[in-house]
Design a protein around this ligand. Sequence first.
Ligand SMILES: NC(=O)c1ccc[n+]([C@@H]2O[C@H](COP(=O)([O-])OP(=O)(O)OC[C@H]3O[C@@H](n4cnc5c(N)ncnc54)[C@H](O)[C@@H]3O)[C@@H](O)[C@H]2O)c1
Length: 394
Amino acid sequence: MGQLRVGMVGYAFMGAAHSQAWRTVNHAFDLPLSAQMTVVCGRNESSVAAAAAKLGWSEHTTDWRSVIDRDDIDLVDICTPGDTHAEIALAALAAGKHVLCEKPLANTVAEAQEMAQAAAQAQTRGVRAMCGFNYRRVPAVTFMRQLIESGRIGTIRHVRAVYLQDWIVDPEFPLVWRLRKDVAGSGALGDIGAHIVDLTQYVTGQRIGSVSALTETFVKERPLPGESAGLSASGNGGGTGQVTVDDAALFLARLDGGAVATYEATRFATGRKNGLRVEINGSAGSVAFDFERMNELEFYDATLPATEQGFTRILITEPEHTYMAAWWPAGHPIGYEHSFTHEVRDLIEAIDTGADPAPSFADALQVQLVLDAVERSAASGSWTDVETALVTAG
Ligand SMILES: NC(=O)c1ccc[n+]([C@@H]2O[C@H](COP(=O)([O-])OP(=O)(O)OC[C@H]3O[C@@H](n4cnc5c(N)ncnc54)[C@H](O)[C@@H]3O)[C@@H](O)[C@H]2O)c1
């Protein structure tokens, strides 16, 4: 069996999730390539050494460029904040490495455009690039798309999507990197709003054409963090700093297939930890997904006799459900981490067969264009068209 030798940059939240995926994927799925966890990169020598040992990487380094310079690395997995994505991905693609890059693809449309262009050019040399919108790979979401695609809910009228968190409700929560525009690009919008933009466009097959948005930053100044530790940092760095991103982003949208939509992404939904919910209403039925019950899908079939209609709770654990045959007997649920295993499984298959993995960098650029339209609409107070971008391999 051939090998896929991986170098991963960043080893915290997403680094741990991706490590779990690379560790597991060949044990769960029969694949043509064997993933090798060759090297992990971080900035602090002792921390990255400890992470390598804990997460299962053979080697560690503090210089991501050294990962890209190595001949024995086939794929670079980018699990760092958004301000680093473009530089690392462009260098990796130029060196002929396949790339998996966490979402959102970049911090700006210009960066995302450059990355999508580079990926299109690399593709002509057999190099693959994919963006990590992992919620697409939750089997219930995949099944939602299949139901919609096969016409089971008819013509889509409404898309209703929320992504609700509450981890910064406390005004004393420190100014971690996710609250700084220079590092994160945007706040709730790019961090979690990007997921529901991608997910809803994926399941409906429709793209957002225009938006009317508002954004809000409720707490504008926060204590500076001590040692930054992602979502669980404590504020003991001394002094305060300005929050430069949105705490919440809400928008209406028109989709190009005729559906209308509402989106809400917030970090101030007190009590909601990771509340990703999507409901789609069509002329012949409805489907609804709630990540807190990620092994289920609600389906309403309006073609049944009125006496039999009602929302059906479908347990998405049958071996016929995409990805599920690799796991447990029917009725035995899977979890968050499996979405990442499915992500790298699909990427490995695409690399082996020479297919283009999805979401491509061009797909992720389109999400970035939606985020950009939301920010422009919030600033102007007007309905705003999502711009289109031309990505060519030439
Ligand atoms: N798919 C998802 O559901 C999901 C969830 C969370 C985060 N993300 C995305 O993943 C990315 C990382 O987020 P996270 O939550 O893992 O952040 P995190 O703060 O937990 O980890 C970031 C990691 O990047 C490292 N890092 C930062 N700058 C670096 C540099 N210049 N060189 C080497 N390493 C560097 C840090 O040391 C740390 O290991 C972001 O793009 C974020 O939007 C995706």
